[in-house]
Design a protein around this ligand. Structure first.
Ligand code: G3H
Ligand code: 13P
Ligand code: ZN
Length: 326
């Protein structure tokens, strides 16, 4: 099966009350970990590359790695541009064989966001030049860091449900990322926004704004919604990292039960990057400490790859519910 776009995948996910995991990848081991996990769970999957990932690995390498994964696993895979910030970057990915792109003009004014998104949609949907490429857009801003853009906690803005119909109608986008309280990175909430579990000392974050999600879904029936910044910062990985020389203090994510609930509603795509980074780091740190004599990258990166694979399987089965959906 060749790379696919998100149309069928999201339709099935919407109707079936589950979400597709969109996992970020930067190198071969991460691509393998994600796609082998998805294959073993019989789950469709989205592999997404940021501008930074394309600069790090070079666009051609990522594309060929993903094609190798398609060949190796035979499962439905979308190759998606994460947080495209210009028309040129989106066009480059579309011309280079990506099957889905995100144009993220969420930091611009409403009218500028519409104009840029519409321009990308027109190019992506023009099948005289390439197969139909799906476009994700964004309304509202998340706190946290993505590429060079840093939005301080307190400066994020929730999506205004009253804007969504006009935005989708005027742009023609295929899915919409909204801001309901998730944020990018491993430090999603400031300690003062959280309560602390008296037994474990772990921070408990404020709940997501499901009222906004429900209002958006009412206004856009059947339309696929996307959540960014949806790592849960699983504390077992933080613990392994900190017990093996790391120092991650008060790292906190979105509780998995809340994501599971969102996946049962209109959320069809859930973006997870930081949890994979933590799993890779935990595996490598543990390997180095337990085997100080090892110096073959296949040994320590291999352990990182196993840890990433394990977290992806957990997400697919226990959070997204996309297992056994092929
Ligand atoms: O939302 C951002 C993703 O985690 C990608 O991060 O731009 O550092 O590759 P990156
Ligand atoms: P996390 O930092 O929560 O993993 O979010 C990733 C993301 O939204 C990628 O676009
Ligand atoms: Zn994101």
């Amino acid at each position: 099966m060749p790379l696919v776009n998100t149309i069928e995948m999201f339709k099935k996910a919407y109707d079936g009350g589950y979400a597709i995991g969109a996992f970020n990848c930067n190198n071969m081991e991460i691509v393998q970990a994600i796609t082998e996990a998805a294959k073993e769970c019989n789950s469709p999957v989205i592999l997404q590359c940021s501008k930074g990932a394309r600069n790090y690995a070079k666009a051609g390498y990522l594309k060929h790695l993903v094609e190798a994964a398609v060949e190796d696993t035979g499962i439905p895979i979308v190759l998606h541009l994460d947080h495209g910030d210009t028309f040129e970057l989106c066009k480059d990915c579309i011309d280079g064989g990506f099957t889905s792109v995100m144009i993220d003009a969420s930091s611009k004014s409403f009218e500028e966001n519409i104009a840029l998104t519409k321009k990308v949609v027109e190019y992506a949907h023009d099948t005289s030049k390439h197969p139909y490429v799906t476009v994700e857009a964004e309304l509202g801003t998340l706190a946290g860091i993505e590429d060079e853009v840093k939005v301080e906690h307190g400066n994020e803005s929730y999506t205004r449900p009253e804007d969504v119909e006009e935005f989708v109608k005027r742009t023609g986008c295929d899915s919409l990322a909204i801001a309901i309280g998730t944020s990018h990175g491993a430090y999603k909430f400031k300690p003062e926004q959280c309560t602390r579990d008296p037994k474990t000392g772990i921070l408990l974050p404020p709940p997501l704004r499901f009222d906004i999600l429900e209002e958006v879904s009412k206004r856009l029936p059947g339309f696929p919604i996307v959540l960014h910044g949806s790592s849960s910062v699983n504390q077992e990985y933080v613990k392994i990292i900190n017990e093996h020389g790391g120092k991650l203090v008060d790292a906190v994510g979105v509780p998995e039960e809340q994501l599971r609930h969102a996946a049962q509603l209109s959320v069809c795509k859930i973006n997870i990057d930081s949890d994979l980074r933590l799993a890779m780091t935990a595996g490598i740190r543990q390997h180095f400490e337990e085997h100080p004599d090892h110096f073959d990258p296949r040994q320590y990166v291999g352990q990182g790859r196993e840890y990433v694979k394990a977290i992806v399987k957990h997400k697919i089965i226990d959070v997204l519910g996309s297992n056994d959906k092929i």
